[in-house]
Design a protein around this ligand. Structure first.
Ligand SMILES: NC(=O)c1ccc[n+]([C@@H]2O[C@H](COP(=O)([O-])OP(=O)(O)OC[C@H]3O[C@@H](n4cnc5c(N)ncnc54)[C@H](O)[C@@H]3O)[C@@H](O)[C@H]2O)c1
Length: 359
């Protein structure tokens, strides 16, 4: 493509600011417009980051009717991921879509159909992939050093970290609770390291004991899960033992452990995996018949804001160069199928089979 890419922003709340800050640092990107229904919010954000020439709108329909874009960041609550992304693709833009992929598998499939129709791509915003530690995890898993990987324990949790905004705790807006908000990151980390194998069955459990406590400001609106646990079987034979919490009594959900036939990896727990591990990993194996432990120092410490900036930059570069989606929807769909599967299994109280829909 060459030259500057014209960028649009859908939603000007919390995470949109990180997108705008990142675009502001890219000499080949020009933010041309932003929209948000809260009066003045889009204008204020654009002006703060030096995009005085950019137009502001109160909604994405109006914005896409008035202007065309090469790239659009979709930073609205999950139920709007599908309508906003589809409208952006039909406008002729590629999309950087905030995580989770969608509020349901059905919505995710609609987005992928629009990608096919328009020939544009959607990249899903799993910024933890840009952390040094997550790259190391993938490299170690894919090097074969662990042998055949057969068991993974992963997840995360905040001791107290219920959302401070209603859009995250109402099923109509979010689709799911802790699972979609933070569980999607830990699932993405291990699935990406394994090359995104397909799941075959899911056994899920969910609860809402903390979200429903009357001390919590949004307890009366709360109708999603604040905790989920699951046992996920993958087509490779590997199983994932998973848990995620917005709130819980223990201070940790435990480290991530990856067991292979030739070695294992322990990644110190992070609260919600939205960036990298902060402490060194340990690699376990046998050397000449002796059990050994090797500390794998973090290659590069990348904080969350820097991961977010790299995610935007990688996306913008792919748009400029006519490249591929850094985090393709074919992978994010598998993540979404697991999330929906955990919710469905929890509702039914039994293990279910899951399939990846054809698009
Ligand atoms: N990657 C990350 O680290 C990260 C962090 C937080 C949130 N997120 C994701 O980003 C998305 C937004 O979360 P947030 O925390 O920024 O929420 P937010 O509530 O701070 O911002 C959402 C914004 O969208 C606006 N909006 C609502 N309807 C709209 C419409 N029709 N057109 C345009 N704008 C509209 C709202 O007014 C609000 O300003 C969610 O999907 C969330 O999961 C990602």
């Amino acid at each position: 493509m060459g030259g500057k890419i014209r960028v649009g922003l859908v939603g000007c709340g919390h995470i949109a600011e990180r997108h705008l800050a990142a675009y502001a640092g890219l000499p080949y990107a020009e933010v041309a417009a932003a929209c948000d229904p809260v009066p003045g919010r889009a204008r204020e954000l654009l002006d703060r980051y030096g995009f005085a020439e950019a137009k502001s709108y109160s909604g994405f329909e109006e914005m896409f009717a008035a202007q065309t874009f090469d790239a659009v960041s979709v930073c609205v609550h999950n139920a709007l991921h599908a309508p906003a992304s589809i409208a952006a693709l039909e406008n002729g833009a590629c999309v950087l879509l905030e995580k989770p992929f969608a509020s349901s598998v059905a919505d995710a499939v609609e987005i992928m159909r629009a990608e096919k129709r328009t020939g544009k791509f959607v990249s899903v915003g799993f910024q933890q992939r840009y952390s040094g530690s997550m790259k190391q995890v993938k490299e170690i898993c894919q090097s074969g050093r662990l042998g055949k990987i057969y068991y993974i324990q992963t997840g995360g949790g905040r001791r107290r970290g219920l959302p401070t905004s209603e859009g995250f705790v109402k099923k109509e807006c979010a689709g799911s609770g802790a699972l979609g908000d933070i569980g999607c990151y830990s699932l993405d980390t291990v699935l990406d390291a394994l090359g995104y194998p397909r799941p075959t069955t899911v056994t899920g459990y969910t609860s809402d004991f903390f979200g429903k406590k009357k001390e919590y400001e949004f307890s009366s609106a709360f109708n999603v899960e604040d905790f989920a646990a699951a046992f996920i079987r993958l087509e490779t034979g590997c199983v994932i033992d998973f848990r995620i919490a917005w709130a819980m009594h223990p201070d940790t959900s435990g480290d991530t452990l990856i067991y292979g036939t030739e070695g294992a990896l322990r990644i110190p727990s992070t609260e919600c995996w939205n960036s990298g591990a902060e402490r060194d990993m340990t690699l376990y194996s046998d050397v000449d018949g002796s059990m050994t432990e090797t500390v794998v120092p973090l290659a590069e410490k990348v904080d969350r804001d820097e991961c977010l900036a790299r995610k935007v930059e990688d996306f913008a570069r792919a748009v400029r160069d006519g490249g591929r989606a850094p985090v393709p929807t074919s992978e994010a769909l598998i993540n979404q199928v697991i999330i929906d599967g955990v919710l469905e299994s929890a509702k039914l109280g039994r293990e279910i089979s899951v399939e990846i829909p054809e698009v």
